[in-house]
Design a protein around this ligand. Structure first.
Ligand code: GDP
Ligand code: MG
Length: 437
């Protein structure tokens, strides 16, 4: 599926150190194929890939320390943008007025189920919803709504199947006024395909009832069709928002990515199952990472990028080449790591890190190291060679550790420096890529 494909593409990207423009283009061609196969609208894919490419082949991306990660970050950001960026709430009037919500969509999209799910949500927010059975065509539609309403503890208004939906809606309004309901939710009929009669019926309701929000219910499993349906409903009825159902199934994800871009209307909720509790608020960022299938690695990249100062990193690179790494650098490295949440929290964010739980990282040891360095004077930190026994003894006392621990740390730094010397010797003639670590 889409997530697996994207994950593979990104694994290759991350595996490479340096990226060329060609690498990025190849990867994005693969992303494009994956999106098209997942039924994302062609125009949407084209725009998306172009935008990502423009951003990703920029010099600061290709020259960054982690270009692969930068590209993934850009894909994620653009995906969130495509999905609408912010969570959009369902608009309701104040509680002392009646909000009318009209649900519409094709037959089987999930209107009757979803309207009951939504009624439950509104009820728990202190609203007093009334479900209205306006589907007079589908056998047992009224009974289905009644059963769902009962389960939710929400009243259902119905007049059988002998009245026009508009008249049922009008009567429901009166009933709501008399009985103090403040959200009237119209469960309308759908057809297997969009037809004139269906649209006219809905338009007639909208023309005569003060419908506050027209909500389109679409089945995510229908892929491109879902997008076409949304476009048409929006043209005819000017919808206010979309609820995307059946996202719990093995959907290809294309509908979610296209609908907002094609209709300009927000996805408000997503249906995640047949149970009446399976309705979730829509979060563009969560949806994007779900589609990217990368769990929290995106959070990790974000964090790393936010905390990792590239200028400092370059300075450090220079120092390493000259083997001038001192205790200040040591300390800075440790603080960098801490800012990112410590080693164990970093590990926890890696996909599959559950397996790593057994590895214990001694963060106390890090704290000790830090204490020792803090007990050094400025001169000692930047010039470890002056550390004679009496200085070491003073430092140990200051940090509250045994002198052997100070010795060990000094030795560690010396070894690092030695290694760096060998390293930079090896890469002395090496190109500009030398010194990456
Ligand atoms: P309507 O014709 O638009 O009113 O659609 P229904 O509400 O009758 O739903 C059609 C079918 O889809 C029913 O079997 C529902 O249980 C099912 N359904 C609705 N929403 C979801 C969902 O989010 N996930 C799953 N798996 N099934 C759903
Ligand atoms: Mg129905």
């Amino acid at each position: 599926n889409l997530s697996d494909k994207l994950q593979n593409i990104f694994k290759n990207l991350r595996g490479k150190g340096r990226l060329s423009e060609a690498d990025v283009k190849t990867a994005l061609k693969e992303v494009k194929m994956a999106l098209l196969e997942a039924d994302v609208n062609f125009k949407v894919v084209k725009n998306f890939v172009n935008t990502v490419q423009e951003r990703a082949v920029g010099q600061d991306v290709l020259n960054s320390l982690t270009p692969g990660q930068m590209v993934i970050k850009i894909v994620n950001e653009e995906m969130i943008r495509l999905l609408g960026e912010q969570t959009v709430e369902l608009q309701l009037k104040p509680s002392n007025e009646i909000t009318v919500l009209m649900m519409c969509g094709l037959q089987g999209a999930g209107k009757t189920t979803t309207v009951a799910k939504l009624a439950g949500k509104l009820k728990s927010k202190g609203r007093k919803p009334l479900l209205v059975a306006c589907d007079i065509y589908r056998p047992a539609a009224i009974e289905q709504l009644q059963i769902n309403g009962d389960k939710q503890g929400v009243s259902v208004f119905s007049m059988g199947d002998k009245h026009k939906p508009l008249n049922i809606a009008k009567a429901a309004m009166e009933h709501a006024v008399k009985n103090g309901y403040n959200v009237v939710m119209l469960d309308t009929a759908g057809r297997l395909h969009i037809d004139e009669a269906m649209m006219e019926e809905l338009q007639e309701i909208k023309a005569n009832i003060n419908v506050h929000q027209t909500i389109l219910v679409v089945d995510a499993m229908t892929g491109q069709d879902a997008v076409n349906v949304s476009e048409l409903f929006n043209e005819k009825l000017s919808i206010d928002g979309v609820i995307l159902t059946k996202l719990d199934g093995d959907t290809r994800g294309g509908a979610a990515l296209s609908i907002r871009a094609v209709t300009g209307r927000p996805i408000l909720y997503v249906g995640m199952g047949e149970k009446l509790s399976d309705l979730e608020q829509f979060y563009p960022d969560r949806m994007a990472s779900r589609i990217l299938g990368m769990g929290d690695i995106l959070t990790l990249i974000d964090k790393a990028q936010a905390e990792f100062d590239e200028t400092k990193a370059k300075e450090l690179e220079k120092k390493i080449k000259k083997a001038e790494f001192d205790f200040n650098d040591f300390l800075e490295q440790m603080q960098q790591m801490k800012k990112m949440g410590g080693i164990s929290s970093l590990l926890g964010m890696l996909p599959g890190a559950g397996k790593l739980k057994d590895i214990e990282i001694d963060e106390n040891a890090l704290a000790t190291t830090e204490a020792i360095i803090y007990s050094m004077t400025k001169a000692e930190r930047s010039n470890p060679d002056i550390l004679n026994p009496s200085r070491k003894k003073r430092i140990a006392a200051g940090a509250g550790v045994d002198i052997s621990e100070v010795n060990a740390l000094v030795k560690q730094l010396e070894q690092s420096r030695k290694m760096m010397k060998q390293f930079s010797g090896m890469m002395g003639k090496g190109g500009k890529h030398g010194g990456k670590f």
